[in-house]
Structure formats: structure tokens, C-alpha cells
Ligand binder design. Structure first.
Ligand code: SAM
Length: 478
């Protein structure tokens, strides 16, 4: 039975409640007045229940769809301004004891050169990433306690934070590692991570079991209750995600919102981020063989509905999507994107070697990216679209995590600070990595952002910090 406060995944993601919400959504969506009421309520920026969101997912009428997109855009711009946070994934190890049907790292994929980065190889990767201007990483590993134990991951996190090449620095390390014990979560927390990210893949239990036929990931409850354990171990910022394409997108979107409501009700803090990975072809699998692939139109709708339903949760989009479609999705809710990503272990050094004519190691890619632009190209495209690329990592380093972050975000008190930090980190990027075109585009956005600042004290201090940054000081922040 549905129980939002239960510790049991089968109760806080109760299948009957998801199905009832789907039916409720269908019934409500046939009545235009009810949809108008839901949209009116959403204009207060207080979010929506999973049942109201279910109704919006059913909308097919063109004009109402436009209303949903324009409301999502309005909410996004009100809360996040024009800022887009940038990050890169870093794959540490492709050893895996699971056999996920969709993943290139599945143990069923025979590959004689499974890899785990040595500390020297890690240094090479970090040097390249820092020289691309990245400040925020998402660490990715397959699950294998023998070949990739937690001690190794923690050593890597410590090494990454300590490695500084020229003006570069990785200032926030988020981690995407398999569901684990409370003891391990405590250790990860102590390693000073940013967000703990774990994708549910699908909330539909029979489909989950089918797609995770062997290995520890087969345990649906262990996986689905992982964020609870992480939070109970002191990790305040956790990230969710559905792997769209495994099961019905409406079912999974409703269940994801129920999961967010569960954390909010039982822990007092909802998810810090929601990722929306969509299935891509990978070693050993073709996406065409999966029966629930999500069309672009449906994908755009679900992104917009998530934006409206959980306005204060960051939304992450990766290079699984093409450049043009990424631009379209930025407008309806995405607030963080990855750029210049490699999805294989040692991928950054490998690509560099390949482009300089050296022999490239053919390591496994977890999936095939659809956006192959460099970070600099992504940043130019964002700037040309009027966005403010941000490398900000200030919140968690200033202790603004969990409910402290959410309270500031919900009262709107964080917007001025975020805007200033975005501008400062963009200035750093321009100074350290910008060519003439990037400087021109970037300086003009910086000027207009500073001009638009409503808090005059912050505006004055930002101008001051910008001039110090131009003179070579780094890591100035609010
Ligand atoms: N081992 C960790 C776990 O079990 O959660 C991390 C998994 S992996 C490094 C990160 C994510 O990539 C997965 O959770 C999955 O959602 C996504 N992924 C795997 N294969 C994919 C594919 N073929 N297309 C798109 N995304 C994929």
C-alpha cells in the first residue's frame, strides 16, 4: 500500500499508486478547465504533486503544450536566470559485476582490456579536464568491489582535489557509484563529495528485474532505498535519474516525483538534482531493440513537466542528446549540462593521443554520445544563445547544502549570489582559456549580467572581484 513515509521502496513507490495516478491524469487531461487550474497553481512556483504532474504528461493539444513550455521557461528563468552550470564526467573504472542489458560496461560484454585508471593515468585525465576549464566532475565507475573498491574511489577523489595544473582546479566532485551500505556512504561523505548521484533506471519493478538480471544491482529494494541510506549517513545532496527508454516514460516520471516527495517528507530535503538520461546504443546493445524508446516530443514534455513540478531541483542533461535538441531543452528547464565528455576509462587522454596521431587504446565506452563538441564550442553556443555558462561550485564549499540550500533557493535569496558566482567563474574561464571570439561574447554577457543585478552591494562587490580576477586572483566567490 502507498505510504510516502515508509522505508520500503515497494510502499513509497507503490505500483498501484503510480497506475492510479496515470488513470487520474488521463481523466483530468480530458477537462481543459482542470488543466488550466493546474497550470495556474504552478505559477506560484510551489511545485506540483505527482498526480497533477500526471495530468500534464497527458496533454496533446498544441496550444496547451505551448503553455506548458512557456510556463517551464518562465519558472526556470525566474529561479535560475540564464545560468547554465557546466560539468564533465570522469570514468575511473569499467570493471563491472552486473549485467545491465543496456550498459556497455555489462559483464556480459567480453572485452579483454577492462581498465581502472592508475593514479598516474588519473593525473593525465585531470590535467586535460582542468585545461579544458572544468571545475566540476561527475565520477563514474562500474560496480566491482574487487577491482574497484571504495578505497580506490576515495583515493581518486582525494587525488583529484589535490591536483592543480596552472590556474586549473577541480572544486567539486560528484559521484555516481552503485548503491552501497551506510558505512560506505559515510566514508564518501567524509571524502568531501558534492552530490551523490544514483539513477533508478526504471521504477517499474518487473522491468527493473528484467534489465538487471544478475549481480547486486538486481536487488530492486537495495537500489531504490539507496538515497535514504545516503541521507541517513549524512549526505545531504543526492541526485536522481530515470534511464528513459527502459519503460513507459509517464510511469517513470510519476514514480520519480513520488520518490522526490518521499525524500522531502521523510528527510525534509528533496533531491538536489534530477538527471534525464535517454537510452543510447552501446557495446553489446542497439537501442532499436528496446520497446519503450521516448520520442523527442515526449521527452521535451517530460522535461518541462519536471521543471514545473520540482522548480528548485537542478536538472541535468548530458551529451546523450544532440546539440540542437540540447538547446531546445535548455529553454524548458535544464540547468546543468556536461560538455566535451568522454564515456570511456582514460577517454580524455586517449582522444588527445588519437588527435596527435598516436595509437589509441580502445577502451569500452559506456554509451555513444550524440554531442561531440568541445567545452569551448558548447560555451560559445551558450553565450550566443544569451545564456551564462557557470563553473560555480561555491554553495557546497560555503556550507550551503541540503535544507540550507533549499531554504535559500525557495525564498529567492540565492539568486543574486548565484548570478555573481556565475559571472566570476565565467570571467576566470575567459581569462584562462578564452580566444578572441569567446572573450567578445563572454565580456558582453558579463557586463549585461552585472548591469541587471538588483542587489547593489553584491553588484559593487562583483565588479571589485571581477577586476581582481582580471589581475590574476582565482577562486573569488560569494
Ligand atoms: N555503477 C553505477 C550504478 O550502478 O548506478 C553507475 C552506473 S553508470 C556509470 C551511470 C549511468 O549511465 C547508469 O546509471 C545508466 O543510467 C546510464 N547508462 C548506462 N548505459 C547507458 C546507455 N546505453 N545509454 C544511456 N545511458 C546509459
Amino acid at each position: 500500500m502507498y505510504d510516502i513515509l515508509s522505508n520500503d521502496a515497494n510502499c513509497f513507490i507503490d505500483n498501484e499508486e503510480v497506475l492510479a495516478s496515470l488513470s487520474y491524469g488521463k481523466a483530468v487531461a480530458s477537462d481543459p478547465t482542470s488543466i488550466a487550474d493546474i497550470l495556474e497553481k504552478a505559477k506560484t512556483y510551489k511545485g506540483l504533486s505527482h498526480r497533477s504532474a500526471a495530468a500534464l504528461l497527458e496533454v496533446t493539444d498544441k496550444n496547451t503544450l505551448e503553455e506548458i513550455f512557456s510556463l517551464a521557461k518562465q519558472i526556470k528563468e525566474q529561479i535560475y536566470g540564464r545560468r547554465i552550470v557546466l560539468f564533465a564526467p570522469l570514468y575511473l573504472s569499467d570493471y563491472c559485476i552486473n549485467s545491465c542489458t543496456y550498459c556497455g560496461y555489462s559483464k556480459n560484454n567480453y572485452n579483454p582490456i577492462r581498465r581502472r585508471l592508475t593514479i598516474d593515468q588519473l593525473k593525465e585525465e585531470v590535467e586535460i579536464l582542468e585545461k579544458l576549464g572544468h571545475k566540476r566532475l561527475a565520477l563514474e565507475v562500474g560496480e566491482d568491489p574487487i577491482n574497484c573498491p571504495l578505497d580506490y574511489v576515495i583515493d581518486c577523489i582525494n587525488a583529484i582535489y589535490s591536483l592543480k595544473f596552472d590556474n586549473g582546479a577541480i572544486r567539486r566532485v560528484n559521484v555516481n557509484i552503485a548503491a552501497t551500505t551506510k558505512e560506505s556512504y559515510t566514508r564518501i561523505k567524509e571524502a568531501n563529495i558534492g552530490t551523490y548521484i544514483l539513477f533508478q533506471e526504471t521504477y517499474h519493478k518487473p522491468t527493473y528485474l528484467l534489465n538487471h538480471p544478475k549481480g547486486p544491482k538486481h536487488n530492486y529494494e537495495w537500489h531504490t532505498e539507496a538515497h535514504d541510506r545516503a541521507m541517513e549517513s549524512g549526505i545531504e545532496d543526492v541526485g536522481f535519474g530515470v534511464l528513459y527508454g527502459l519503460f513507459d516514460w509517464k510511469y517513470d516520471t510519476i514514480a520519480l516525483l513520488m520518490h522526490a516527495e518521499h525524500l522531502e517528507a521523510s528527510k525534509g530535503i528533496g533531491p538536489h538534482t534530477i538527471s534525464v538520461p535517454r537510452l543510447r546504443s552501446a557495446e553489446g546493445m542497439r537501442q532499436e531493440n528496446f520497446p519503450h524508446l521516448v520520442s523527442d516530443d515526449h521527452f521535451k514534455l517530460l522535461v518541462a513537466v519536471l521543471r514545473i513540478a520540482v522548480p528548485y531541483t537542478g536538472m541535468i542533461l548530458t551529451t546523450r542528446e544532440s546539440p540542437d535538441f540540447r538547446n531546445e531543452l535548455l529553454a524548458v528547464g535544464i540547468s546543468q549540462v556536461s560538455a566535451g565528455s568522454c564515456t570511456g576509462v582514460g577517454g580524455y587522454a586517449d582522444s588527445k593521443k588519437q588527435s596527435s596521431g598516436q595509437k589509441r587504446l580502445t577502451s569500452l565506452s559506456q554509451f555513444e554520445p550524440a554531442d561531440h563538441r568541445s567545452p569551448s564550442e558548447v560555451i560559445k553556443s551558450l553565450l550566443s544563445g544569451g545564456y551564462v555558462p557557470s563553473f560555480c561550485t561555491a554553495c557546497y564549499r560555503e556550507g550551503r547544502t541540503g535544507d540550507r540550500f533549499m531554504d535559500l533557493a525557495k525564498t529567492g535569496n540565492i539568486a543574486d549570489i548565484c548570478q555573481a558566482n556565475a559571472v566570476l567563474t565565467l570571467k576566470e574561464y575567459i581569462e584562462d582559456f578564452g580566444d578572441t571570439e569567446l572573450r567578445e561574447l563572454g565580456e558582453s554577457i558579463i557586463q549585461s549580467e552585472i548591469y541587471s543585478m538588483s542587489n547593489k552591494n553584491i553588484q559593487k562587490e562583483t565588479i571589485n572581484k571581477i577586476s581582481q580576477t582580471a589581475k590574476g586572483t582565482r577562486d573569488l566567490r560569494f
